[in-house]
Write a protein that binds this ligand. Structure first.
Ligand SMILES: Cc1cc2nc3c(=O)[nH]c(=O)nc-3n(C[C@H](O)[C@H](O)[C@H](O)COP(=O)(O)OP(=O)(O)OC[C@H]3O[C@@H](n4cnc5c(N)ncnc54)[C@H](O)[C@@H]3O)c2cc1C
Length: 540
């Protein structure tokens, strides 16, 4: 991945004119100037300070060729992929870069590396794909004699696929596309497709409790973990993969979502399914976000939810139509004309996606369809659904383009009960708009519902504004205002992005003082020297 953004060099996306017009008019953005990132040579890096003896032990553990401290390796592992990470990197700030990047090839090597780092007091940051958007992979080495990024990408074996039990044991460093390719050869799929799928890893998903876009059908990653193997500085925890157990508290739950602070997830046994024979994606329209939310609630509680269920609010729908308006805007005009005809102009778009056997897909599609229609929805047919499926990984490439044009673009997510959804939606949107207005930059705030549960749903916000002269302060203030609004309205501080550094301050509100003590106690037992991913998950 290019060090300052998403994808590989040369992958450029264009911003359609109607979307540019919207941003010029409503954000006062001057999109003509380009704000290119500095060159790699211009990036400011501190001198590596790994003690010589520690480096020699690491080289002995993994091989000298797998301990890197060149500029490219250190910058590539200096940060994740949040807006703030990209703003810093593009401006040439890699002051938190690790002193070295260490890439073990097996769990035994992970164990030796952790022993060596514990003795040398070197912080260890487990690094999967590095797509964290909450500061999860940013090295924090204050109080340590250095920090290494533990790049897990050489742990890339498919250990076992059990077709009879529909489980697969995968090593942590497997990237999404490669994991799916190899599972596909066995006729199965994990069905876990976060928007970061192309660059994130199995271990990263498990360590962050990630949610794929098809989570309403396939389940979040935490629903899919049957067994997990954690290697920690003080020993190992190996949860045997069993379908269910009454043997006391479930320690899987301690490891899933542990964000590298307890140890390194080397392997996970995950529930898989046969590759679907049919995929049927469709678009729907509702008069309003409130109407759509209610229809989604009824559908979910009738056990009729599709595998993918997404409902955009009015603002996100407006933006989606502007972004879809390539080729002179013909497609956009057709959709708008159709919606006007059905009395849905200014309404909300929804996507439903069903996957599986033909007969089953058809039965489920008809049932969900009748509930959505009864809730006020109008079916828009397959084209919007298939367009969404084709472009499901496109968002991050567009973000690079918007950063080039001097815009702030950031996302955040939460979840709450159905009864609290409206108040939370209003509060977070209001907090973001107010905070950005105080910085002198009007905002566009978009939102969608994309993960449904019997008792509630997630809300995913995207906000855009002109970058101010102090972009990190502008971002921090908006993020903080939204986080306070989430906590005050009963939402979780994160539905799937995890805690990392950015949400750690709100963990007390999330789990309480005793909850924090319990996590700390587990950490002290597994990681007595405290070297594992310092500064993440737990408030300082
Ligand atoms: C554009 C974009 C879109 C995204 N879309 C989604 C989405 O749809 N759904 C979603 O859930 N998230 C999404 N994310 C967030 C991110 O991709 C997920 O958190 C993902 O699970 C991280 O995987 P990774 O391999 O990149 O982990 P990393 O970023 O490398 O690490 C994440 C955290 O886990 C720890 N970690 C990583 N591997 C291990 C391991 N093997 N053992 C122990 N700790 C480990 C790290 O130390 C860090 O704290 C998105 C991010 C971006 C940039």
């Amino acid at each position: 991945m290019r060090w300052w953004g998403w994808g590989v060099d040369g992958h450029q996306v264009s911003l359609p004119e109607p979307a540019q017009a919207l941003m010029r008019d409503e954000l006062g953005a001057d999109l003509s100037a380009r704000h290119e990132p500095v060159t790699l040579e211009e990036v400011r890096l501190p001198e590596p300070r790994l003690p010589g003896a520690a480096r020699a032990r690491l080289e002995a553990a993994v091989g000298a060729e797998h301990v890197l401290d060149d500029r490219v390796a250190r910058v590539q592992h200096a940060a994740g992929r949040s807006y703030a990470d990209l703003v810093r990197l593009r401006a040439g700030d890699a002051s938190r870069a690790p002193d070295a990047v260490v890439a073990p090839g097996a769990a035994d090597e992970v164990r030796t590396v952790l022993e060596a780092c514990s003795e040398a007091r070197v912080a260890v940051v487990p690094f999967g794909g590095g797509t964290s958007v909450v500061g999860g992979v940013e090295p924090v080495s204050d109080g340590f004699d250095g920090a290494v990024a533990l790049d897990l990408r050489r742990l890339d074996r498919v250990v076992d696929v059990d077709r009879a039990s529909l489980t697969a044991t995968l090593e942590a460093g497997l990237l999404g596309p490669e994991a799916e390719r190899r599972l596909g050869e066995e006729g199965v799929t994990l069905g876990h497709f976060p928007q970061s799928f192309e660059y994130s890893t199995v271990g990263g998903w498990v360590a962050t409790r990630s949610a794929g876009q098809a989570s309403s059908g396939y389940g979040r990653i935490d629903d899919l973990v049957e067994g997990v193997w954690l290697v920690a500085p003080a020993g190992e925890v190996r949860n045997r993969p069993v379908p269910a157990s009454a043997a006391g508290p479930d320690l899987r739950e301690l490891i899933v979502g542990s964000e590298g602070v307890l140890g390194v997830i080397c392997e996970a046994t995950l529930r898989v399914r046969p590759v679907p024979k049919v995929r049927r994606y469709e678009g729907w329209s509702f008069h309003s976000f409130a109407e759509g939310r209610e229809a989604f609630r009824v559908m979910e509680q009738a056990d009729a939810a599709p595998d993918v269920a997404r409902l955009s609010d009015e603002e996100e729908t407006r933006m989606a139509l502007a972004l879809a308006s390539t080729g002179g805007g013909a497609a956009e005009r057709v959709v708008r004309a159709y919606l006007r005809m059905r009395g849905h102009e200014g309404g909300c778009l929804a996507i439903t996606g069903f996957e599986g056997e033909e007969e089953d897909v058809e039965r489920r599609r008809l049932r969900a369809g009748s509930l959505l229609r009864a809730g006020g929805g109008v079916r828009l047919g397959r084209r919007p659904g298939e367009a969404w499926l084709r472009s499901r990984y496109a968002g991050p490439y567009l973000r690079d383009e918007l950063l080039d044009r001097g815009l702030l673009i950031e996302t955040l997510e939460t979840a709450v009960s159905w009864s609290g959804l409206e108040a939370l939606y209003d509060a977070v949107g209001g907090a973001l708009r107010r905070s950005l207005a105080e910085a002198g930059t009007p905002a566009i705030v978009l939102c969608h519902v994309s993960h449904l549960y019997r008792s509630g749903a997630s809300l995913y916000f995207t906000f855009l504004a002109r970058q101010s002269d102090a972009p990190l302060e502008q971002w921090r203030a908006a993020k903080s205002a939204a986080s306070e609004a989430i906590v005050a309205n009963g939402g979780t501080i994160t539905h799937h992005h995890a805690v990392g550094r950015d949400h750690a301050a709100w963990m007390r509100a999330e789990v309480g003082e005793m909850g924090l003590d319990l996590i700390r106690a587990a950490k002290e037992r597994l990681d007595p020297a405290g070297i594992m991913n310092p500064g993440k998950l737990l408030p300082g």
